[in-house]
Design a protein around this ligand. Structure first.
Ligand SMILES: *Cc1c(COP(=O)(O)O)cnc(C)c1O
Length: 365
């Protein structure tokens, strides 16, 4: 397997103006304040909160911890119904918190949890729902909300891909009891490493704030067995330096995304569907092939020509070999996982590069 020397990688982190970044670092130097709820972290949290119009935001060390923190703060122990089609961090967070993932199959077009499959899985042991807005595509948030209310269980959204995405005029991150994002450098908006939790519930906010800071309620007072989920002034500086480019990044991705769609052949290819009322953020460009053989063949031919592509997301998480109770009834996720491939999409990608990628696809499909 070749790595790191592709002519066209599948992803390239966005880099801000270096001087802007240096100015933020310079201010941290002046203060000699590097971490622990510093002014840059506070400023970033405020900017993010205003941007998504959600009152409570905590900037944490990564997107995986954000999911763990949400599970912990809601006091969930036991079974969590979740999606089999996501990055492995979603399932691993459930397992790491000592909970049991129960997989509900996905909708074949929007790739989120299929509400009818979800309802079939609910029992008296169900403690929560953890769904991923995979590729930033909204889950059926209103129906999921109704189901959750009927059974009085909380909903957590892994919104790792959802930053900048809106549904029905609100940030997609405002749905559910707690939503999380990842600000990893491969994500559309990043802080090198980082993530955040979002809630409109003040109690949950205070709880999470405590749990990510050793359980402190005062300097020498501790109320819960908290751990360290803080992020630093350096990471906040990267976020602040990137912040003003968010709309520009999304706009450029939109153009590249639409160009792919315009020139890719329609035969033997499918694309996920974006539901109505979505103001989309274009975080990835996935294509769905007819079968795994076609995928492996195309992937290899692209690689031979210096183009990286990635199997997001494979395997279907219900097939992970370390699961104690393997679950066999997620045929749609299993099938999509075998056939889905993400093509290069990043700010610096050019239309000419998309031309050359699509020519190869047309040839080898
Ligand atoms: C990237 C990602 C995560 C994890 O985020 P990190 O910041 O890398 O820990 C979780 N879930 C999904 C769906 C992701 O793509």
């Amino acid at each position: 397997m070749s790595f790191g020397h592709f002519k066209i990688p599948v992803n390239k982190p966005f880099l801000p103006n270096q001087e802007v970044f240096q100015n933020y670092l310079h201010s941290a130097w002046e203060r000699n304040w590097l971490t622990n709820h510093g002014p840059l972290v506070k400023e970033l949290e405020k900017k993010i909160s205003d941007f998504v119009q959600i009152p409570y935001v905590l900037f944490v060390n990564n997107g995986t911890f954000a999911i763990q923190l949400a599970i912990k703060a809601l006091g969930i122990q036991g079974e969590i119904i979740t999606t089999p089609f996501s990055y492995v961090a979603t399932t691993n967070s459930i397992l790491w918190q000592g909970c049991t993932p129960i997989f509900a199959d996905i909708h074949p077009k929007t790739l989120g949890i299929d509400p009818s499959k979800l309802e079939e899985k609910i029992t008296s042991n169900t403690k929560a729902i953890l769904a991923t807005h995979v590729f930033g595509i909204p889950n059926d948030v209103e129906i999921l909300q109704k189901i959750a209310e009927n059974y009085t269980i909380p909903v957590i959204y892994d919104g790792a891909h959802s930053f900048g995405c809106e549904f029905k005029g609100k940030s997609l991150l405002s749905y559910g009891d707690i939503s999380t994002v990842s600000f990893h450098s491969t994500k559309l908006f990043h802080t090198v490493e980082g993530g955040a939790v979002f809630t409109s519930n003040e109690f949950l906010y205070q709880k999470m704030k405590q749990l990510m800071n050793f359980g402190h309620t005062d300097l020498n007072e501790f109320e819960s067995p908290g751990v360290n989920g803080k992020n630093s002034e350096f990471h906040a500086a990267m976020g602040l330096a990137n912040f003003d480019s968010i709309s520009q990044i999304i706009e450029k991705r939109k153009q590249l995304f639409n160009y792919y769609k315009q020139i890719l052949p329609e035969m033997n290819l499918e694309f996920p569907e974006i539901p109505n009322h979505t103001q989309y953020n274009f975080p990835y460009f996935p294509i769905i092939l007819n079968n795994e053989t076609a995928l492996l063949y195309l992937k290899e031919k692209l690689e031979t020509n210096g183009i990286e592509s990635r199997r997001y997301f494979y395997p279907s998480l219900s097939k992970l070999n370390y699961l104690e109770n393997k679950q066999q009834d997620t045929p749609i996720s299993d099938s999509i996982s075998e056939r889905i491939l993400c093509l290069p999409l990043y700010y610096d990608l050019t239309f000419a590069e998309i031309d050359s990628i699509c020519e190869l696809i047309e040839f080898y499909l």
